[in-house]
Write a protein that binds this ligand. Sequence first.
Ligand code: 5GP
Length: 186
Amino acid sequence: MKQGNLFVISGPSGVGKTTIIKELLKIDANLKLAVSVTTRPRRQDEQEGVDYYFLKTHEFESLIKKESFLEWCVVYKNKYGTLKKEVEKALNAEQDIILDIDTQGTKKVKNQLKDITAIFIAPPSFKDLEDRLKRRNTEEERVKKHRLLESKQEFLAMEQYDYVVVNKQVDKAVKQVKKIIEQKRK
Ligand code: 5GP
């Protein structure tokens, strides 16, 4: 049976991943984002069921018990997980799906599914990432510092990706990712 393609996009916090993915979804009707489940508090500009499914820790744990996750991880002290049904539904409908997950999650997905295309979004430099994170006002200082430290870990896992796209200019990065997606579809 013909199925959709699965793309994984990762990158350090503040690299502009979410913006790139949102732009891709606007220009590509056959692309869907797998909405993850998280225990992280909702940010002001986020919508339930669009950006994430926001759950309490006990609700998340009940999904773990039911084996509802394709993968789940702890990122910056909160739990995040990809629902099996979210991915299966899209792939069976011959729709291509993007997972916006961290590098630990990518490893877990790669262990289970063979045919995935993994793309890493990198900043032009570590200094650039630090500046972007400082400008972001969605987190308090303590959290920003923690995220920056963990970003260094994310870099170390870069080699498990099929492609690395440097986000120097958003529109160029979007074009590069779109090209990778189109190549896979051929
Ligand atoms: P944020 O809190 O900024 O939305 O996301 C923090 C990190 O968690 C990002 O690197 C994002 O890619 C990752 N993430 C989001 N959803 C999932 C998921 O379902 N699984 C895993 N492993 N990571 C996720």
